[in-house]
Design a protein around this ligand. Structure first.
Ligand code: NAD
Ligand code: ZN
Length: 344
């Protein structure tokens, strides 16, 4: 089969020919139909420090956001059949650690990630544990299904605290922030304000339902937000930029007693933060990681199945695996949102 892999250190990727993997006990073989590029794949493409510390073996077939058809069942697999079209939960939990035993598989102590710690889905076929396959209804367009994985990150961030009637600031409208805009609206948020330094992406956030958009490099975030909220500030911040300065300036416009969902990953672990004002303003911070298995998938499926969220505005490019270089470079240039590989 054909696959996109990292075969050696340094920037870039390689198209390889390799054997179709065999599903072991409890696993299934998926014929991949669509896969989408995640920001973390871009780290692997660039081969930065993060990628070097996370990818535990080379060569490695990369890619995780994906969907396809079940074509072979390993020994003992129940609840799935050949021909099922499934989305893939890319985090593989051990099932026996403390967190797994108490229903928190998304924070499993022994978590393995597809495309990092075992061969991934930018390939014609991928093997996954059967429990990581999520059946989706026919009503959801097949090429949207890979995006249900990052959409789950947005769902868990939006639902970390009470969003109903809340004025919300979404900081960073990459694919996940743009989806968070639509999800917050669907779950009954009040005014949703989206902030990004990339106008192309802000326009997409508008199409996803943002009531207001702000480019903080052009307008003062504080002035605009205070104006929109009549001096109150926002009730909720959804931090999806991974930019420490963006977090700091967002915290200056949150109202007392508000909450912050932190999803963006910062370039370094320790960042400056106005912690005394977080304390004195009684702000709640939630760190968000992954997606709840599998209650988040139920919500994501429902949002798409009932058409409360439309993903078309964020799908800006559809590409073949062979055109990977152009696909990655377009993302790096900030000229794409979600790029989908059409594989099968
Ligand atoms: P992305 O990098 O495509 O989007 C980030 C956006 O933030 C970009 O559009 C960028 O222009 C914008 N931005 C940068 N500086 C800004 C500023 N000063 N003000 C406003 N916007 C600014 O990322 P994504 O794929 O949408 O993911 C969002 C974040 O979530 C990333 O940091 C990613 O690493 C992180 N992430 C976390 C998890 C988790 O489990 N915690 C999972 C997936 C992604
Ligand atoms: Zn575990």
């Amino acid at each position: 089969m054909k696959a996109l892999a990292k075969t050696k250190g340094g920037p870039g990727l390689q198209i390889i020919e390799t054997d179709i993997p065999k599903p072991g006990p409890g696993e299934v073989l998926i014929k991949v139909k669509y896969a989408s590029i995640c920001g973390s794949d871009v780290h692997i493409y660039k081969w930065d420090e993060f990628a070097q510390s996370e990818v535990d073996h080379l060569p490695r077939i990369i890619g995780h956001e994906s969907a396809g058809e079940v074509v072979e069942l390993g020994e003992g697999v129940e609840g799935l059949k050949v021909g099922d079209y499934v989305g893939i939960e890319t985090h593989i939990a051990c099932g026996h650690c403390y967190q797994c035993r108490i229903g928190k598989k998304h924070v499993c102590k022994n978590l393995k990630i597809l495309g990092f710690h075992r061969d991934g889905a930018f390939a014609e076929y991928v093997v996954i544990p059967a429990e990581n396959a999520w059946k989706v209804p026919e009503s959801i367009p097949k090429h949207w299904v890979p995006i249900m994985e990052p959409m789950g990150n947005a769902v868990d961030t939006v639902l970390a605290g009470d969003i109903t009637g809340a004025d919300v600031l979404v900081v960073g409208t990459g694919p996940i922030g743009a989806m968070a805009v639509a999800i917050a609206k669907a779950y009954g948020a009040g005014r949703v304000i989206a902030s990004d330094i990339n106008d192309f992406r802000l326009n997409i956030a508008k199409k996803m339902g943002a009531d207001y958009t702000i480019n903080p490099e052009i307008d003062s975030l504080k002035t605009v937000v205070m104006d929109i909220t009549n001096g109150k500030g926002v009730d909720v911040i959804l931090e999806m930029s991974g930019n420490p300065q963006a977090l700091e300036s967002a915290l200056s416009v949150i109202t007392n007693g508000g909450w912050v969902g932190l999803l963006g990953i910062y370039g370094k672990n320790i960042i400056d933060m106005p912690l005394n004002s977080v304390i004195m303003k009684n702000i709640t911070l939630y760190g968000i990681t992954g997606r709840r298995m599998f209650s988040t998938w139920v919500k994501t499926t429902s949002l798409l199945d009932t058409k409360r969220v439309d993903l078309s505005p964020i799908i800006t490019h559809i590409s073949s695996l062979e055109e990977y270089k152009q696909a990655f470079d377009t993302i790096i240039q900030g000229a794409a949102m979600k790029v989908i590989f059409e594989i099968g």
